[in-house]
Write a protein that binds this ligand. Structure first.
Ligand code: MG
Length: 174
């Protein structure tokens, strides 16, 4: 594999783990606010990020690329409000999207078409990732953190189910 592409994919594994770390921190913050549904939603988000890291990791191994683990950055521990946490999540997912666009640019430049195809899956996944957090952020913003809305939303977010993108059934569905 092209060494620049391998480096970029290793950095993305690290960034997905950092994303998981941020959402796990948000889950703890929301649990401390006695919002178990919000906390559960962030727990599912954490599992998704770990699954993304694993998916890139598995791809690198399949292609014979060297895996290099680096330290994971410390996440923030507190936010001003649930709304601020979801605003942060939305900003973060936009960064993730631009990172995948950069990896695809690099893969095309280095004529690594397989990586391009693999990363298209992630870029496509980002549409949903951004839309999910944006929708919750906008609802919180409209409600201006009103307790009634937060409690109703908490019950709704408790319903989120984790679908493992690395499970064989999920891969067939894609
Ligand atoms: Mg991700």
């Amino acid at each position: 594999m092209n060494s620049k592409v391998v480096k970029a994919l290793n950095e993305q594994i690290n960034f997905e783990l950092y994303s998981a770390y941020i959402y796990m921190s948000m889950s703890a913050y929301l649990k401390a606010l006695n919002l178990p549904g919000f906390a559960h939603w962030m727990e599912v988000q954490t599992k998704e990020e770990l699954a993304h890291a694993l998916k890139i990791h598995n791809y690198l191994i399949e292609r014979g690329g060297e895996i290099v683990f680096k330290a994971i950055k410390e996440p923030p521990q507190k936010w001003e409000s649930p709304m601020a946490a979801f605003k942060h999540a939305y900003d973060h997912e936009q960064i993730v999207t631009s990172r995948f666009e950069e990896i695809i640019d690099l893969a095309l430049k280095e004529k690594d078409h397989t990586t391009n195809i693999q990363m298209q899956w992630f870029l496509n996944e980002q549409i949903e990732e951004e839309a999910n957090v944006l929708s919750i952020y906008q609802q919180l913003k409209m409600a201006n953190n009103a307790p009634q809305v937060i409690f109703m939303l908490d019950r709704e977010l408790a319903q989120r189910v984790f679908v493992d993108p690395n499970a064989p059934a999920a891969n067939q569905a894609n």
